[in-house]
Design a protein around this ligand. Structure first.
Ligand SMILES: NC(=O)c1ccc[n+]([C@@H]2O[C@H](COP(=O)([O-])OP(=O)(O)OC[C@H]3O[C@@H](n4cnc5c(N)ncnc54)[C@H](O)[C@@H]3O)[C@@H](O)[C@H]2O)c1
Length: 303
C-alpha cells in the first residue's frame, strides 16, 4: 500500500452510475485514476459524464484529465495502490473479478467492493491475501452524499482499514468504520428499519403513503442533519427513551421478512417510478420534479 493515501493511484472497476461518480471524487481530490468497464459504451461515456457533473457542480473541470479509461482490467489495476469495484450486484461476478484483479496487482494493493448488500466476507473469501480486502459502501450520488462505510472482515488488518479511512477522509468524504461484516452495514440497517415501519403504517390503514412521508419530512426529518438518533436519545434522556420504548416497541412491526403489502405491490407490477405507480401514482412530470428537488437539496447541503 502507498505510504501516503493522498498520493494513492486509484483504479475503479465498473463505470456505471456509482463507478464514474467514485472516479470523479478521487480525481477531484487530485488522485490519478484509471477506470475500466466490460461494456465499451459505458467506458466511453465515463469521462463526459464526469465532466458534465463537474460543470454542473461548479467544480474544477480539469480534474477529468486525471481519469484514464482503460479497455483491459490488467492495464487498469497494474499500477494501482487501491482498487475499488462498482460492477453489477452479482456475487459470482464479483468473486471472479477479484480473483482476476489479484493476479495483476501488488501484494499490498488494497482491494475494495462497493456492494450494497452482499457480505464482503463472501466476496473476498477466495482471495490469497484477504487481509488487504474490505468493503467501501458509497451512497448515490457519490459526489454529493458524503458517507462511505468502510467494512472490515475477520481477515482485514487494522492498517488496511486505517489507510482506507484516511484515503476517503482526504478525498473529502465522511468514512464510517463498520467493525463487523453484517448485512446492510450501518446505514441501510437504519434506513430499512424505518421503511419497514413506514410500510406497516400504510398496510394497517393508519395513514396513507403521502402522510407517512409528510410526517417524516415535517418532524424528525428536519432535525436529523444535526441530531442523530443517539444524540437525540441523550438530549431527551435515556430514562425517557426507555419509557417510550416500553410502550412503543411492542407495537411496531418486528416481522422478520418483507411486508405482504410490499410483496403484493411488486406482484401487481406497481414498481414505483419505473411503472408509474408504487405506494402512490407518479406522472413523468412528478418524477422529474422529485428527482430535481432531491439533487438541488443535496447540492445545497453539501459540505
Ligand atoms: N446505485 C446505487 O444507488 C448504489 C449505491 C451503493 C452501492 N451500489 C453498488 O454499486 C455497484 C454498482 O452499481 P451501479 O448502480 O453503479 O450499477 P450500474 O449498472 O450503473 O454499473 C455497473 C457497471 O459495471 C459494469 N460491469 C459489469 N461487469 C463488469 C466486469 N466484469 N468488469 C468491468 N465492468 C463490469 C457494467 O457494464 C456497468 O457499467 C453494485 O454492487 C451496487 O449494488 C449501488
Amino acid at each position: 500500500m502507498a505510504t501516503d493515501p493522498a498520493q494513492a493511484r486509484i483504479a475503479v472497476i465498473g463505470a456505471g452510475l456509482m463507478g464514474h461518480g467514485i472516479a470523479q471524487v478521487f480525481a477531484l481530490a487530485g488522485h490519478a485514476v484509471t477506470i475500466t468497464d466490460s461494456v465499451v459504451a459505458s467506458l466511453d461515456a465515463a469521462k463526459s459524464r464526469i465532466a458534465a457533473n463537474l460543470r454542473d457542480l461548479g467544480q474544477d473541470e480539469t480534474a477529468v484529465t486525471r481519469v484514464q479509461p482503460c479497455v483491459g482490467l490488467a492495464q487498469a489495476v497494474r499500477d494501482a495502490d487501491y482498487v475499488v469495484e462498482a460492477v453489477s450486484e452479482d456475487l459470482p461476478l464479483k468473486q471472479k473479478l477479484f480473483a482476476e484483479i489479484e493476479r495483476h496487482v501488488r501484494p499490498d494493493t488494497i482491494l475494495a467492493s462497493n456492494t450494497s448488500v452482499i457480505p464482503i466476507t463472501s466476496i473476498m473469501q477466495g482471495l490469497a491475501k484477504r487481509e488487504r480486502a474490505l468493503g467501501t459502501h458509497w451512497w448515490n450520488p457519490p459526489f454529493l452524499v458524503p458517507l462511505v462505510e468502510v467494512i472490515e472482515t475477520q481477515w482485514t488488518t487494522p492498517e488496511a482499514v486505517a489507510w482506507t479511512m484516511k484515503l476517503h477522509e482526504t478525498a473529502g468524504k465522511k468514512p464510517a468504520r463498520v467493525k463487523k461484516d453484517v448485512p446492510g452495514f450501518i446505514g441501510n440497517r437504519l434506513q430499512h428499519a424505518l421503511w419497514r415501519e413506514a410500510i406497516s403504517l400504510v398496510e394497517q390503514g393508519i395513514c396513507d403513503a403521502e402522510t407517512v412521508d409528510a410526517v417524516v419530512k415535517a418532524s424528525f426529518g428536519r432535525r436529523l442533519p444535526v441530531l442523530g438518533p443517539l444524540e437525540n436519545a441523550d438530549l431527551v434522556g435515556t430514562d425517557l427513551t426507555l419509557a417510550i420504548h416500553n410502550i412503543v416497541l411492542p407495537a411496531i412491526d418486528s416481522r422478520p421478512g418483507p411486508s405482504p403489502y410490499l410483496q403484493k405491490l411488486v406482484a401487481d407490477g406497481k414498481l414505483g417510478f419505473k411503472s408509474g405507480e408504487g405506494f402512490r401514482k407518479w406522472s413523468p412530470d412528478e418524477q422529474a420534479a422529485l428527482r430535481a428537488k432531491l439533487v438541488q437539496h443535496l447540492k445545497t447541503v453539501r459540505d
